[in-house]
Design a binder for this molecule. Structure first.
Ligand code: GDP
Length: 374
C-alpha cells in the first residue's frame, strides 16, 4: 500500500482483492500484510515469513501467481520473489495491465497495452544482471560481438518500444481526422466515469434493461469502451459510454498509454461521475477519479455531474443532499437522473440536436438512419 493517511490498510487490502477478482478466472485465495517499510526493501518479506510463504506457494498447485500491492516492484525484488516462489509475481502496474489486456479488443488498444508493458518488461530485465553473458542455456549465441545478454535484450526492447510508438502515432493522427468527421454527425454522448465498483455497469444495465433500450457493444468499434444506445423520453437517442473503472494510484504510464482512447471516450457532451455513497473511502475515491480526469486533460468547461449511487445502503440520516442520489440496483432516483441527462443535454448540445432532427431521406443524413437501427 502507498502511504496515505486517509486510506486504511484494510481498505487497500479490500481493493487489492477486488482488483484480482475482477480478472476472469482469477481468484484471490489468501492475503498477507507486511509493514509498508518492507515494501521498499530488497527482501519484501521477513525471513521467517518468507520461508513459510515459500513452502505454502510451492506446495499449493492452486497458487499460480503472487500479487504484491505496490505500484511497480523493483527488478531485484521481482527477481528474488520469482526465483523463490516459482510463479509469476505481479504488482499494481502489471495487474492493471492485465485487466486492460483482457479489455483490449482493437489493434490500437492492444498496441497501447504493449506500449505500457515496456516499463514493466524493463523492470523484469533488471533482474538479469547487467553484463551477464546469458543464462547458460544457449541464449548467449544470439548475442552480437561484445554485447552482453542484458544489453542485447534491452536493445530489443528499445527497438520494440520505438516501433510501437511510431505505429501508435500514425493511428492517432488518423484518429484525430476520424474524430473530426464523427463529431459532425454523432449522437450526443454521455460518458459514465467512476471508481471501479461504483456501479457503472449496474446503472447502464438498469437504464438499458428496459424494452426501449438497445444495449450495444462496439458501436464505436475503435474504442475499447462499451457503448449503449439509450432513448430519452423526448425520443432522442443518446450514447452511454462505459469507461474503464478508475482506481487510485493508477500507474501514470498506463494513463498516458490510454490517453488517446480515453480522451476519445471522454469527448462526450456530458460526463456523469458515479460515486459509491456507501463506501467508507468515498472521499479518496472521488479524489482519485478527479485526479485521473485532470490527467486526461478533460476540458474543465465540460459539464461533469456528480451522482451518488447505492443510497439504499446508507441510513436516511446520512444521506446528504449535495447532488443527485440514486440506487442503480433498486431503481431509486433513475427517473430524476434521466430527466437531468435530458435537460442538460438539451442545454449543451442544442445545435447538434437540431441536426439530428432532420427528416429521413436527406442523403446527407442517411448515416443516421443506418446507425440508429444498429
Ligand atoms: P462498476 O465496476 O462501476 O461497473 O460496478 P458494478 O456495476 O459492477 O457494481 C459493483 C457492485 O456494486 C456490484 O456488486 C453491484 O451489484 C453493486 N451495486 C451497484 N449498484 C448498486 C446499488 O445501487 N445498491 C447496492 N446495494 N449495490 C449496488
Amino acid at each position: 500500500p502507498k502511504k496515505n493517511e486517509l486510506t486504511t490498510p484494510d481498505l487497500m487490502l479490500e481493493e487489492a482483492k477486488a482488483l484480482i477478482d475482477s480478472l476472469p478466472n482469477w481468484k484471490c485465495i489468501d492475503t498477507l500484510k507486511v509493514p509498508v517499510e518492507s515494501l521498499e526493501k530488497k527482501n519484501v518479506f521477513g525471513s521467517g515469513q518468507f520461508e513459510s510463504l515459500q513452502k505454502k506457494i510451492v506446495k499449493n498447485p492452486n497458487i499460480s501467481a503472487v500479487f504484491v500491492n505496490v505500484n511497480l516492484l523493483r527488478g531485484i525484488q521481482r527477481k528474488e520473489l520469482t526465483t523463490a516462489f516459482r510463479v509469476p509475481i505481479y504488482d499494481r502496474y502489471s495487474i492493471v495491465l492485465q485487466i486492460f489486456k483482457e479489455r483490449a479488443k482493437t489493434r490500437e488498444a492492444k498496441l497501447q497495452v504493449a506500449f505500457a508493458e515496456i516499463p514493466y518488461l524493463r523492470s523484469c530485465l533488471v533482474g538479469l544482471q547487467k553484463g551477464s553473458k546469458g543464462d547458460g542455456r544457449g541464449s548467449a549465441t544470439i548475442v552480437g560481438d561484445g554485447e552482453s545478454y542484458y544489453d542485447s535484450k534491452l536493445h530489443l526492447l528499445e527497438r520494440r518500444e520505438l516501433k510501437i510508438k511510431k505505429e501508435l502515432e500514425k493511428m492517432h493522427k488518423k484518429r484525430a481526422l476520424l474524430k473530426y468527421e464523427r463529431k459532425k454527425r454523432e449522437f450526443p454522448v454521455v460518458a459514465i466515469v467512476g471508481y471501479t465498483n461504483s456501479g457503472k455497469t449496474t446503472l447502464i444495465k438498469s437504464l438499458t434493461g428496459d424494452s426501449n433500450m438497445q444495449p450495444q457493444d462496439g458501436l464505436f468499434a475503435t474504442l475499447d469502451v462499451t457503448v449503449h444506445a439509450f432513448k430519452l423520453p423526448c425520443n432522442l437517442t443518446v450514447l452511454l459510454v462505459d469507461t474503464v473503472g478508475f482506481i487510485s494510484n493508477i500507474p501514470l504510464n498506463l494513463i498516458a498509454a490510454f490517453k488517446a482512447t480515453l480522451n476519445d471516450a471522454m469527448d462526450a457532451d456530458m460526463i456523469i461521475h458515479l460515486q459509491d455513497a456507501s463506501h467508507p473511502d468515498k472521499e479518496n475515491q472521488i479524489a482519485a477519479v478527479n485526479d485521473t480526469l485532470k490527467q486526461l486533460n478533460i476540458d474543465s468547461a465540460k459539464p461533469i455531474f456528480q451522482v451518488e449511487n447505492k443510497i439504499d445502503k446508507i441510513r436516511p440520516e446520512n444521506v446528504s443532499a449535495s447532488c443527485l442520489q440514486i440506487s442503480a440496483q433498486y431503481g431509486t432516483g433513475l427517473e430524476e437522473m434521466i430527466e437531468l441527462i435530458q435537460t442538460k443535454l438539451l442545454e449543451v448540445t442544442n445545435h447538434k440536436l437540431l441536426r439530428l432532427m432532420v427528416p429521413s431521406g436527406s442523403s446527407e443524413y442517411s448515416w443516421l438512419h443506418k446507425e440508429a437501427t444498429v
